[in-house]
Design a protein around this ligand. Structure first.
Ligand code: KIV
Ligand code: ZN
Length: 510
């Protein structure tokens, strides 16, 4: 960080984001995301909560090992065991950080921690000192800071700084604050605490009132120089401040917000797709920066203005965030070379084997569909990548549907390498497909959501299906696309089921 207007972007998609119900990520998915975040120029990657599970520990360790420029951070409660485990995971990084926290608000101390103020204050000093003995870079957070009594908050922060914290993060844990209040809090803390200029101040805002990005920006205006955020705003409940929105606000409004993040914004769209694919969480169409409609102009007046001059209705260019200008791409005569170039322009760098498989799928799709658009290709590759290494995979499906029942599904799956086929009936074709899958892989999950969208326009459009399964307090999202809605439904269900099983095993291990 060269000058005082440089903002540290701290990404917590793999920690706070993964805590979001249903948003689990596999080890390899985390490695791929870590690589992309680092390539984008993210300064700090919070890669997980090492004490939470063996899987989290291994993912943080491996991301740390592979890191080159980014600081790799792990989260730890204030207990000695958590902090040791965190240090053991991040120590492989060129720049390791321990982020330790404890709740400081009256409601959290009384009901969650069942600790008095003195015990909490003592834990702050002890945990930060322990962490600082293990790594030179220690971040401390008072959980639920925005509902904490100001004087007590000052005492805790003072203890953290005296014990060696290098970053002080102010979480609006329940998304309760508003911009003026949050900005004033950061400003007042910086004024009241003696050594406040020796640390970096950080924002961590949740989005329960839809104010997370606005609050983060207010925090920066009040002197914070680190923003904690997630791709697509993923996170607990309504999520965290969205990384792409924070970064583009500083980029587009340099006049009033003279701060820079140094993030390569042309990768924002790729990062958004990757997180959406990994978690199975679709991105809302009208989501700022990365939503499908973020650069679409529908009304005649707007289209007319755009044709005359794009600045009439666009405050940033689609290319600035990695959305290519032309969407119509290829047909069945397009070659392998053009296909690879197109994928690269969409942010996908596949190895030879994956590229061959994607090309084959593209040819199959082009046989069924005259025009293959960017969104079709993104759906196709996302679908392929999310199926890699899954325990249960789809092989084929034949369905009898229509008004002359019974509706029947004949499905072939491969489970742990073994091919299995069943035929089942149902109340309609989708029900028959899901019954057939359940007959091969019995499980306790209940269907909680089933949603179908068209990837593009036209009756030959691919269907994109999202499925959410819920069981034993665990949720898992699956997503898939195919020109055949029933095939997409089967694959989305299987994707969710793979995630549900993985999450169940992870919980058992924890
Ligand atoms: O929201 C929160 O308070 C957190 C802390 C652990 C930083 O995520
Ligand atoms: Zn949080």
């Amino acid at each position: 960080m060269s000058d005082n207007s440089d903002i540290i972007i701290f990404d917590t998609t793999m920690r706070d984001g993964e805590q979001s119900p249903g948003a689990s990520m596999t080890h390899n998915e985390k490695l791929a995301l870590g690589e992309l975040l680092e390539a984008m120029g993210v300064h700090v990657i919070e890669a997980g909560f090492p004490a939470a599970s063996q899987g989290d520990f291994e993912a943080v360790s491996e991301i740390a090992r592979r890191s080159k420029t980014a600081t790799i951070c792990g989260l730890a409660r204030s207990t000695p065991g958590d902090i040791e485990r965190c240090a053991a995971a991040v120590r492989h990084a060129a720049k390791p950080r321990i982020h330790t926290f404890i709740s400081t608000s009256p409601v959290h101390m009384k009901h969650k921690l069942k600790m008095g103020a003195n015990a909490v204050l003592e834990a702050v000093g002890r945990s930060v000192a322990q962490a600082r003995n293990l790594v030179p870079d220690v971040e401390w957070s008072p959980e639920d800071a925005t509902r904490t009594e100001f004087d007590f908050l000052c005492k805790c922060i003072d203890a953290a700084i005296t014990s060696g914290a290098t970053t002080i993060n102010i979480p609006d844990t329940v998304g309760y604050s508003h911009p003026e209040e949050y900005g004033n809090l950061i400003r007042s803390l910086r004024e009241a605490i003696p050594d406040s200029d020796k640390v970096i101040w950080s924002t961590h805002c949740h989005n329960d009132l839809g104010l997370a990005v606005a609050n983060s920006i207010a925090g920066v205006q009040a002197g914070a120089r680190q923003v904690e955020c997630t791709i697509n705003g993923l996170g607990e409940r309504a999520g965290n401040a969205a990384l792409e929105e924070v970064v583009m606000a500083f980029n587009v409004r340099r006049d009033g917000l003279p701060f820079q993040t140094g993030i390569d914004t042309t990768r924002l769209s790729t990062a958004s797709h990757m997180v959406s694919r990994i978690t199975g969480f679709p991105v809302q169409f009208n989501k700022a920066i990365v939503g499908k409609n973020a650069f679409a102009h529908e009304s005649g007046i707007h289209q007319d203005g755009m044709l005359k001059n794009a600045e009439t209705y666009e405050i940033m260019k689609p290319e600035d965030v990695g959305v290519s200008k032309t969407s119509l791409v290829m047909g069945k005569h397009s070659g392998r070379h053009a296909f690879r170039d197109k994928l690269e322009s969409l942010g996908y760098e596949l190895d030879q084997e994956a590229l061959n498989e994607a090309f084959k799928r593209f040819k199959d799709l082009a046989d069924k569909k005259k025009h293959v658009f960017d969104d079709d290709l993104i759906a196709l590759v996302d679908d392929q990548l999310s199926a890699v290494g899954e325990r249960i995979s789809f092989e084929s499906l034949r369905v009898v549907a229509g008004s002359q029942g019974p509706q029947t599904a004949d499905i072939v799956l491969v489970v742990d390498g073994e091919r299995q086929e069943v035929v089942r009936e149902g109340n309609g074709p989708v029900d028959a497909v899901f019954n057939a899958i359940k007959a091969i892989v019995p499980h306790g999950g209940k269907l909680d959501l089933f949603q179908v969208h068209a990837v593009t326009g036209g009756t030959d459009a691919q269907a994109e299906v999202s499925v959410r399964l819920k069981g034993e307090g665990i949720m898992a999202m699956g997503r898939s696309s195919d020109p055949d809605t029933l095939v997409a439904s089967a694959k989305a269900y299987i994707h969710a089921l793979n995630k549900l099983e993985a999450r169940r095993l992870k919980r058992m291990a924890a």
